[in-house]
Design a protein around this ligand. Structure first.
Ligand code: F3S
Length: 284
């Protein structure tokens, strides 16, 4: 079986930085919390739990805390969460927000202060988007579908600033921006899809177009993994989304001679290697 593994598969710079930060803080000692799971990967989260790290699942849980270190994950959080942590003397804030996300926070904060209407292209349920929305001084509209873009209406005298969730599908982003541009508003669009995502998506598209079957490895809740699955499914009918090797239960049809593998930004290397060696039929 020929196997093509994407060079961009696995931890991106921001995720690696966030995960490393947690391990460094463990070394320093004291009680460690992460605000939400540090990455969308059950294996990594379990390992951290075993080392004494506790995941805070809500603002209410954070409100109860009086002591310890709270680590902000790569997705970032809204301004009020920073304020809440900083308002408590016993809490130490360690910010592992990805610099690409911080850049979006700054744009949204500055542009909304100028009175612009902020539009975020992304998934309103995703924590990264909720964090971005939480940096605006004016009400924000989150748009994910063509229909939502078409239905968008605003005061024609108010300029609009459009940004994107870092992991949004570039092609879809461009399609949605085109719909906005036809509306005649004064629009300033900043493509804030991060380069790691862009490269990962275009490499996945290219590999999926050449292979008989494509495997996308990543966490169930990982937005960038789901986007990769979406892109690969368009190019390759036999595209499978798995979290670990254990999910790869069914074999490949006899006609399959070439399999592609890619993985989301929160997939550790060892899982990619396990899948790869299994598909190749060899062990490392
Ligand atoms: Fe940052 Fe991009 Fe990764 S925004 S967390 S480098 S996917």
């Amino acid at each position: 079986m020929k196997v093509i593994v994407a060079k961009t598969a696995g931890f991106c710079f921001g995720v690696k930085r966030a995960v490393d930060t947690v391990y460094q803080e463990i070394e320093k000692g004291g009680k460690i919390y992460t605000y939400g799971e540090i990455i969308h990967n059950e294996e990594v989260v379990k390992d951290l739990e075993n080392k004494g790290v506790t995941v805070l699942n809500s603002k209410e849980e954070l409100e109860q805390l009086q002591e310890g270190t709270v680590i902000i994950r790569s997705h970032g959080v809204s301004r009020d969460i920073y304020e809440l942590i900083n308002s408590k003397q016993g809490l130490k804030l360690v910010d592992a927000s990805c610099p690409f996300v911080v850049k979006i926070h700054k744009i949204v904060e500055e542009e909304s202060r100028k009175g612009k209407k902020i539009v975020v292209i992304g998934d309103e349920k995703h924590p990264e988007v909720q964090g971005i929305v939480g940096f605006s001084d004016t009400p924000v509209t989150v748009v994910q579908t063509k229909e939502e873009a078409e239905n968008f209406e605003n005061d024609p005298s108010q300029p609009v600033c459009i940004v994107s969730q870092t992991t949004f599908n570039l092609k879809k982003f461009e399609e949605l921006v085109e719909i906005f541009n036809k509306k005649g508003y004064d629009i300033n669009t900043v493509n804030t899809i991060c380069s790691a995502t862009e490269q990962r998506q275009s490499e996945a598209r290219e590999i999926a177009s050449q292979v008989d079957a494509m495997i996308v490895i990543g966490g169930k809740h990982s937005s960038n993994t789901r986007k990769l699955f979406e892109i690969c499914s368009e190019m390759c009918r036999d595209t499978r989304l798995i979290q670990t090797l254990a999910d790869l239960d069914s074999g490949f049809p006899d006609s399959t001679s070439c399999v592609g593998i890619t993985a989301g930004a929160s997939t550790p290397n060892y899982i990619i290697e396990e899948v790869q060696s299994n598909v190749r039929g060899t062990d490392f």
